[in-house]
Design a protein around this ligand. Sequence first.
Ligand SMILES: [Zn+2]
Length: 215
Amino acid sequence: MKTVIFLGPPASGKGTQAARFSKMHGFLHFDMGKALREEAAGSSPLAEEIRSYTNAGRLVPNEAVRRLIQLMFAVNKERDIILDGFPRSMEQVGLLERLMAEAGRDLTAAVLVSLPESEIARRILNRRVCPVCGRVYNLVTMPPDSDEKCDDDGSPLEHRADDTEDVLNERLAVYKEQTQPIIGHYDSAGLLARVDGTAGVDDIGKQIEEVVFKA
Ligand SMILES: [Zn+2]
């Protein structure tokens, strides 16, 4: 069974690639952010615990994360898995290693969708959102058919308040602080594979296939 970690900075297209790859190749796409939101929407004791943190704007503790991952491995014993949005810290790297050993899994690869900072900025600062349907556009890479209007409903597109240079710099600083040690860890273990996030969607997909299926 393959287990692949997807890493990448904001706007790298990591989530899109993870969704696309898992659909094409029958992998389970485990998106930690989504898993936490779905669990929190339910009525389990864990849901209540997760809500108590997210409602207070705090990070969900590793114990709740541990239970989610453990359950996910237990019900997907025979499946190839992509981990997206996890691990986020060196502590979570250690946690993942313990849970994978328990589940009898080896890490296939950690795929880093890399993007130069100038390109991250260009993508985020040119992002526009439809306030009616929520569809996301990019004036450079994915523009609407007609000038700053939604293709689906014609609404004027908006610039999200947090897509500014200040917020971007803050997010990049957090990303680097959290992710550099993780990248270094998998690199020295010989498990890191960098793919070029400036390439087209299909081309990035092919680069990822080469990494995952040669491993
Ligand atoms: Zn729209």
